[in-house]
Design a protein around this ligand. Structure first.
Ligand SMILES: [Zn+2]
Ligand SMILES: [Zn+2]
Length: 313
């Protein structure tokens, strides 16, 4: 795959932001801050693959708990040290992706939503919420679906929301506590009422160059979305890994959030092996920002190399 070109739009946006705070299209009744300054633009990156633009957007980071990994303290410390980090420097990332491809304007996972996360505020400084045509949800954990609504209304008023049927039914069903069931249903409710909820029940092409695959383990219906571009595939793999410093070096280690740790590890190993043998790109919800890059074999495991930053004049 040849090197992607980088869009200049981010610079134009930053220049605009330097002159004046950008107003966002949510009403004045919103209590949350709906303006952003120049610094906020640091959490947004654009990449072009032929006629497709992929934007990585940070929803904000937090301190990473290395104990999230299901391995001994000693093993985790060893792997963290090998990646030239310390437990104090580990960061927990939450990434949201926006893709412009032809007439489709697609968001993959939604972060924590306006007020709690930063991604949608950043995204809506560049695109109007009403122009988003589709939202793809890899799975139904709150850090992926909370942005679907804002003050109970659809945050993407015209979009179809695509979600794995197995995950939707699990997280709105009897197997989860009532609180989870209710909260999950509320995030999807405005879309269901509008007839915009699309439950994905088989691996297939969804629309255009987007297809869905199921890779359960992290959750029962965990999906990957594959975007086929002129320059190769990009696999949006949701929560395939949470602690990059540990799980690329040793993909057999699952995270506390993986509902079926063994199956999650098997899916992780399969994906990393496949990607390391190709030039396809990996994009993940919790990979180090910008959360998109390549996987290569390294030592007895793998390494994740984010796409290089380019800011050429
Ligand atoms: Zn998750
Ligand atoms: Zn997650």
């Amino acid at each position: 795959m040849s090197q992607p070109a980088f869009s200049r739009r981010v610079l134009l946006s930053a220049a605009a932001a330097a002159g004046a705070a950008i107003s966002l299209p949510f009403g004045a009744e919103s209590k949350e801050s709906t303006t952003m300054d120049k610094k906020d633009m640091e959490g947004i990156r654009h990449y072009e693959f032929g006629n497709v633009t992929v934007t990585s957007i940070s929803d904000g980071t937090r301190a990473q708990d290395p104990g999230l990994s299901l391995a001994s303290k000693e093993r985790i410390e060893e792997l963290v040290r090998q990646s030239c980090q310390t437990p104090d420097t580990l960061e927990h990332y939450v990434n949201v992706f926006h893709i412009k491809s032809g007439r489709r304007s697609v968001v993959i996972d939604t972060g924590y939503g306006i007020g709690k996360g930063l991604a949608l505020t950043r995204l809506f400084s560049e695109v109007k919420p009403t122009t988003i045509t589709d939202v793809l949800i890899t799975h139904c954990h709150p850090d992926h679906i909370s942005g679907l609504t804002h003050n109970g209304e659809a945050a993407f008023p015209k979009a179809k929301v695509w979600v794995p049927k197995t995950d939707y039914e699990f997280f709105t069903g009897e197997s989860v506590p009532e609180e989870t069931r209710k909260a999950t249903a509320e995030f999807f409710a405005p879309y269901e009422e509008a007839g915009h909820l699309k439950l994905i029940d088989k691996a297939e092409t969804l629309f255009g160059d987007f297809s869905a695959e199921f890779h359960p383990g992290h959750t029962p219906g965990h999906a990957f979305f594959v975007l086929d571009t002129e320059q190769g595939e990009i696999v949006f793999a949701g929560d395939v890994a949470h602690v990059a410093a540990v799980q690329f070096a040793d993909p057999t280690i699952s995270a506390r959030y993986d509902m079926d740790p063994k199956r999650a590890a098997a899916e992780r190993i399969d994906l990393f092996t496949e990607l390391a043998e190709s030039t396809h790109l990996l994009a993940g919800g919790h990979l180090p920002f910008p959360g998109i890059g390549r996987v290569r074999k390294f030592g007895s495991g793998f390494e994740f190399l984010t796409l290089p930053y380019r800011d050429r004049l």
